[in-house]
Design a protein around this ligand. Structure first.
Ligand code: COA
Length: 331
């Protein structure tokens, strides 16, 4: 889709990662796995795990405060807060309102949670862009905060090795000089809903002692099927937004993809014709932090100078639903 006017740009980024590191060697003591298998099949070396007091709101608020400071925006100036999370602290109230209160945003601001699993951040970016283009908001905070350690089954070696905790945030504002979101493409496919799921705990299968015992409220995943869908979805979406932005493959300065598996990232980059030296990867340090992977990656890439004013940035993600998308942006 071509960009609405005015363009929406990211003016500040922030992240919060818990201090506690869980290494592959630690996991060897918990399930039947090995450091070598995890590194070779996923690319992950370690991940962060939040303690009991550090919930999605706490991590999200920390990331938000860092992003606001870098944008030079005060919390009470915000018009909207969008929070993406697969691990809300409570089913009600929504986590975005908890973060609104935690950072001291005003009541003039509207806050809502957006659920699109690991693709949530990119969907939120497009929702923020729409609000800005419609003239309904000028300062929007997006917070992606995930405490995945509370929803993975620590006895299931096929999933527990993949995920970690953390939060990323960005401030989105109108831009006047041609920088900002140039194109975006989002899709979903409910026919593939069973590939990644948490069966119990919602309205269809409320929690019972039996369902808790059988861990039906934990993440279940058909790994290899997700793998294939992910590569196809992210590479096609990437090619589309690059074309819509009017770029050639050589004009992509950096690709910040969802960090789920190093082999997924490499295949996606190959299909999207982006050489690996222009792909941002922090998966080895954090594992898959669901919707927080991209904003955490943006903050690190800005900090180490890989993203600068004028950088042509491509982002792509996929997740449960299935959902997927890509966004092309001039920084
Ligand atoms: N340690 C050791 N062996 C493991 C293991 C682990 N942690 N997890 C699975 N295995 C075993 C399997 O039991 C299987 O053994 P078998 O052949 O005897 O049955 C073998 O390794 C191969 O399993 P498979 O599932 O085919 O491996 P894979 O190469 O597809 O890798 C994933 C598994 C999960 C790493 C990979 O499929 C993947 O990353 N998928 C995408 C998941 C994803 O991104 N999800 C998040 C979406 S946002």
């Amino acid at each position: 889709m071509s960009p609405p006017q005015p363009l929406a740009r990211i003016t500040g980024t922030g992240r919060y990662l818990p201090d506690r590191v869980l290494t592959n060697a630690d996991l060897e003591r918990m399930v039947d796995t090995s450091d070598a298998w995890i590194r070779e099949r996923t690319g992950i070396h370690e991940r962060r795990i939040a303690d009991d007091e550090t919930d999605a709101t706490v991590m999200g608020a920390r990331a938000a405060e860092a992003a606001l400071e870098k944008a030079g925006v005060r919390a009470r100036e915000l018009d909207a807060i969008i929070v993406t999370t697969a691990t809300p602290d409570r089913f009600l109230p929504i986590t975005s309102c908890e973060i609104q209160a935690a950072i001291g945003a005003s009541r003039r601001c509207f806050a809502f949670d957006l659920q699109a699993a690991c693709t949530g951040f990119l969907y939120a970016l497009t929702m923020a862009e729409g609000q800005i283009a419609a003239g309904r908001a000028e300062k929007i905070l997006i917070v992606s905060t995930e405490k995945m350690s509370t929803i993975v089954d620590w006895d299931d070696r096929a999933t527990c090795i993949l995920f970690g905790d953390g939060a990323g945030a960005v401030v989105v504002e109108p831009s006047a000089n041609g920088e900002g979101i140039l194109s975006s493409h989002h899709r979903s496919d409910g026919d593939l809903a069973e590939l990644i799921r948490r069966q119990a705990g919602g309205a269809r299968l409320p929690l019972t002692p039996e369902r808790l015992r059988d861990r039906e409220h934990m993440v279940q995943m058909a790994g290899p099927a997700v793998f294939k869908s992910a590569v196809r979805a992210m590479s096609r979406a990437s090619l589309r937004v690059v074309r819509a932005a009017g770029w050639s493959a050589g004009e992509i300065d950096i690709l910040v993809p969802h960090q789920a598996n190093a082999r997924i990232i490499e295949s996606t980059a190959r299909y999207a014709r982006v050489p690996m030296e222009r792909v941002f990867v922090n998966l080895h340090r954090y594992g898959n932090i669901s919707s927080a992977t991209i904003p955490v990656g943006l903050d690190e890439a800005v900090e180490d100078g890989r993203i600068r004013p004028g950088t042509n940035l491509l982002m792509t993600a996929f997740g449960a639903g299935l959902t997927w998308g890509a966004v092309a942006m001039r920084w």
